[in-house]
Design a protein around this ligand. Sequence first.
Ligand SMILES: [Zn+2]
Length: 486
Amino acid sequence: MADEKLPTRAEDFSEWYNQLVLRAQLADYAPVRGCMIVRPYGWALWENIQGALDRRFKATGHQNVAFPLLIPKSFIEKEKHHVEGFSPELAVVTIGGGEELAEPLVLRPTSETIIGHMWSKWIQSYRDLPVLMNQWNSVIRWELRTKLFLRTLEFYWQEGHTAHATHEEAVAETRQMLDVYTDFAVNEAAIPVIPGVKSDAEKFAGADTTYAIEAMMGDGKALQAGTSHYLGQNFAQAFEVKYLDQNGTLQHCWTTSWGLSTRFIGAIIMVHGDDQGLVLPPRLAPIEAVIVPIYKNDDEKASVMKAAKELKVQLVKADLRVHLDEREGFSPGWKFNDWEMRGVPVRVELGPKDVARHAAMLARRDRPGKEGKVSASLADLPATVTKLLAEIQQALHDKALAFRRANTQEASTYNDLKKAVEGGFAFSPWCDSGECEAKIKEETRATMRCIPLDRAAVLGKEVASGGACVYCGKPATNWAIFGRAY
Ligand SMILES: [Zn+2]
């Protein structure tokens, strides 16, 4: 695994990513084209992502539910934009138990339709609202060009679905969940995302407004890392989701949906990873610290392993996720490389000399080489490692933010935009016209990523408002982020 070097990110970013996913044992290719097998290490990372999000969903009043994988095909056809958006990607079941089905079923690409159908039965009065639900599941979208974690036929995610009595409440919910995603990305994954509004061309099929968190990857490209949709009354009308208000008048509900998927693992890889492999943010890392024992003979082994096992107990007591690498037949150097590939934030090196002086050497994954090494006493190690993990978490965030800002250009002219999207984002005045957006996409391969909600946060300084559209020169209504995207 650790014997061969990865291609460097500068040489071939795409191949660096593909090989890293396999060698860090996050995921593998499935026998069916475009499907992904998430391996234990990758799934442990996803479980930590799930935990961090699920806590936040429950703290904001949401309950988890489970809806079926199979949805009557007619449901998808009830909302005009939804069917247009999803038809090309649908997997349809026409035979069950050896018999042709009376009505074809689709494998869910998302669950607005079946949930709307059930809400029409469950929601009667304003007293039944709001309904705040979430489900953890997988969905199927028949993608043609696939890449592990970033785009696969089946992927894992959560989909939140809520119904409200008023437009204002539904909009507030949409924004609240965008804030939840932003907080998660920044504080758990150390990814400085840009929360903003999508254009009509880029929004969810069936939404009135789509909000998203956008992140810059290590090659300067954009990745949409989570979305929150204000659905207005589109699905409530298609599925007759109605309630009696306090005046006894029958009203349609206002609904939202929001999702974050295993795609986010791709973002973690591409934001923090380096030429040695994966670099995981401590708060989400399956293993926060790995202990690598170093010895040359049986005497040394006995004393080192005894100290290593005691140390592991102490670190576990301090609530740290720790692994002791007891593998035989691999040199310490080989193990160092292996754990570097797998992105473990802190490596604890323990040899006979360290044991003799009741100390260990700590190596930071985010600062390879001597610079990231410190010696620490064994007695203080739990506290030292805990502090170090917090420092690494912050350092990863700050480095990613500095990188994003360094590669985002305020671009008022079309030439500046073209240059900026070669290796990063353009932040440009835009007239809100879909035609300008389509032309920019056609000519530069850059899409409108979002209109940032906090303009000053993009570059860490106030930017000019107004101006002329970067494409057509007409008065700009907004400043938008343009970039090439995954
Ligand atoms: Zn324009």
